[in-house]
Design a protein around this ligand. Structure first.
Ligand code: FES
Length: 290
């Protein structure tokens, strides 16, 4: 199988000034872990709320007024349109400010930007999702999209891990997928604790043990750089070709629209050419740059 064209992108840019954010209101906050929260938000403008569309894999720039803006993938699924979601890990000025906001606070959002997961090319395939930590935020939009259209896809494997039980994000999704008979869900942690009865082991090692078949399959990988780097060789060992492996990157993005030059990996811009890439596209850069 060849996934050759994933460079398509649909953009919803503000008229005139492309840096102008739309005003949105935080409607709900879910504390995923001590350092990660999910924000549910909606646009204030009713027309925009109805007309806004995006695809799984796309991202937007969120701003906290008076502080700054940062890129976040849209972690909710386009099949569930009553609000939008993104997950925020405390890491700097903007993310700390987003952790201080409460329900009802206003934020800015511009986007969606970037390409998306190639749904047409995933149709009829068995899908193997491999995620680590907050990387699941980038996968869950596609996972729910696939589950909501399950007749179009084959088997669904999800292998997800975090450093510790307390670092597992989206526990409500993990529970739902675990109960779903159409999904083979495997959860692992690097280190257990006294209450942990589940699997212990690094994601690449657990992937090798689970050994999903590469036949008519596509693997979609997202997590910390170190996990991504060690996961691809395992997939190769399992028989996946570089075209059968997808990942989505969030690297040093700033403007989100190909202007600032901060997000390059080799000669690719993550914001403009991605954030979804095949391993074939990035394998020459992944060990040195990611
Ligand atoms: S984020 Fe500015 S060029 Fe990609």
């Amino acid at each position: 199988m060849a996934i050759t064209d994933i460079s398509h992108r649909k953009r919803f840019l503000a008229q005139g000034n492309v840096y102008l954010p739309h005003i949105a209101v935080i409607e709900k906050i879910i504390e995923e872990t001590p350092g990660v929260r999910t924000l549910h938000f909606n646009f204030k403008d009713e027309k925009l709320r109805e007309e806004f569309t995006f695809e799984s894999g796309q991202f937007g720039e969120c701003s906290v007024f008076g502080v700054g803006e940062a890129p976040f993938c849209i972690s909710s699924s386009p099949t569930r349109r009553n609000h939008l979601e993104f997950a925020v890990q405390r890491a700097g000025r903007v993310t700390n400010a987003l952790h201080r906001l409460g329900v009802g606070a206003e934020i800015g959002f511009r986007g969606p930007y970037g390409n998306s997961f190639p749904l047409d090319l995933l149709k009829g395939k068995n899908l193997v999702f491999v995620g680590g930590g907050i990387g699941l935020a980038l996968l869950r939009s596609l996972i729910w999209n696939v589950i909501d259209n399950r007749e179009k896809y084959g088997n669904i494997d999800i292998i997800y891990g975090a450093r510790s039980p307390a670092d597992l994000c989206f526990g409500y999704d993990l529970d739902a997928w675990d109960k779903d008979k159409a999904v083979n869900m495997v959860i692992t942690v690097d280190r257990g604790d006294e209450g942990w009865k589940g699997r212990v082991g690094l994601v690449p090692k657990v992937l090798e043990e689970v050994a999903p078949s590469a036949s008519n399959a596509v693997a979609i990988v997202c997590g910390p750089p170190i996990m991504i780097r060690f996961t691809f060789p395992v997939l190769v060992k399992l028989g996946f070709t570089p075209e059968q492996m997808l990942t989505t990157l969030e690297k040093r993005m700033k403007c989100g629209i190909g202007k600032c030059g901060r997000c390059n990996i080799g000669d690719l811009y993550v914001c403009r050419d991605g954030p979804v890439f095949t391993y074939a596209q990035i394998k020459d850069f992944i060990s040195s740059e990611y």
